[in-house]
Write a protein that binds this ligand. Structure first.
Ligand SMILES: Cc1cc2nc3c(=O)[nH]c(=O)nc-3n(C[C@H](O)[C@H](O)[C@H](O)COP(=O)(O)OP(=O)(O)OC[C@H]3O[C@@H](n4cnc5c(N)ncnc54)[C@H](O)[C@@H]3O)c2cc1C
Length: 276
């Protein structure tokens, strides 16, 4: 049964400082960005929250720029913003590849990077990209900001270290050396949530390969043992065995654990064997 909006309250800050003050003093409030996830919960009747903080007007969270050598992407940047951004295309093409495969044009116009991260689904398509790129999540409250390495942001299934008075304000990505690679396997190319999604950076830049995978565990996973095996010169079948020990897929409405195991192993081989 769809939830009603009539009994819900919306706060409309015009600046980030206002938003952070409201979160601190007038909470508890649920941040609202593009609403593409929140509206689904409302429609399913599972959206318990009744008081919301609308972030949509906070243009301060829409910048994309390189600062001090780091690519900084504001939390409110939509997938369309990412696809159109020259600086993101140049520095992080695997994020553009992920953005192009998210939903359809409507979702790409409204869905935000910050929303994908905060929603904390293990199937979020940008998350393996951010994990493989060693991204840092910048979060703020009214007292200041803190920077959290992406791999420390999730503590369990749909659990994050974000406090109730904090917002994600940006993502910072150091320069990625080496070829970037992204693959999403879903029922079809558009409007499909991933059965398995993988992002990787190969060792052509001089650093060991970095590999992250989604939809095969309670959170998006980096694969440190698989990466170490490849760096030590393991054969691909040995690395695939290592990967299978690092992932923990389940059967659900979208796929089976067995299918996900096979596809994740195949994706690893596809990435590794496509190195120039
Ligand atoms: C038809 C459809 C197709 C979809 N396809 C895909 C897909 O292919 N791949 C994929 O990964 N996702 C997909 N999604 C899910 C969704 O579009 C993305 O997760 C999107 O990035 C969510 O962003 P949003 O701005 O809409 O978030 P919202 O719905 O506004 O918020 C989501 C959650 O994040 C919190 N939040 C939002 N912004 C912030 C912030 N700055 N700080 C703190 N908390 C915040 C909210 O409180 C809420 O809990 C799809 C959704 C739909 C409806």
């Amino acid at each position: 049964m769809p939830g009603s909006v009539a009994d819900r309250q919306l706060l409309e800050p015009r600046t980030l400082a206002d938003a952070l003050r409201m979160l601190d003093q007038e909470g508890p409030l649920t941040p609202m960005a593009g609403c593409t996830d929140l509206y689904v919960s409302l429609n399913f009747g599972t959206l318990a929250a009744t008081r919301f903080l609308n972030l949509w007007r906070l243009d301060e969270l829409r910048s994309m720029a390189v600062r001090d050598g780091l690519l900084s992407i504001g939390a409110l940047c939509t997938y369309t913003d990412v696809i159109r951004s020259r600086v993101v295309r140049a520095r992080l093409p695997m994020l553009v590849a992920a953005a192009r495969e998210i939903g359809g044009p409507q979702i790409q116009n409204r869905g935000t990077l910050g929303g994908n991260i905060a929603n904390a689904s293990p199937a979020g398509d940008t998350l393996p990209v951010l994990a493989a790129a060693d991204a840092v999540i910048v979060v703020a409250n009214s007292a200041g900001t803190r920077r959290i390495p992406f791999v420390e942001f999730y503590t369990g299934y749909r659990q994050t270290v974000l406090a109730a008075n904090e917002l994600i304000v940006a993502v910072e990505v150091p320069r990625v050396r080496g070829r970037q690679w992204f693959r999403k396997v879903g029922t079809r190319a558009a409007q499909a949530i991933s059965k398995v999604v993988m992002a990787a950076v190969d060792d052509s830049g001089g650093d060991p390969a970095r590999i992250a995978v989604g939809s095969v565990g309670p959170t998006v996973l980096r694969l440190p043992s698989t990466e170490a095996a490849l760096a030590a010169g393991a054969r691909i079948d040995e690395a695939q065995r290592m990967l299978l020990e690092e992932i923990a897929p389940i059967d659900d409405v979208r796929s089976t654990a067995e299918y996900r195991r096979r596809v994740a192993a195949n994706l690893l081989a596809s990435f590794w064997n496509s190195r120039p």
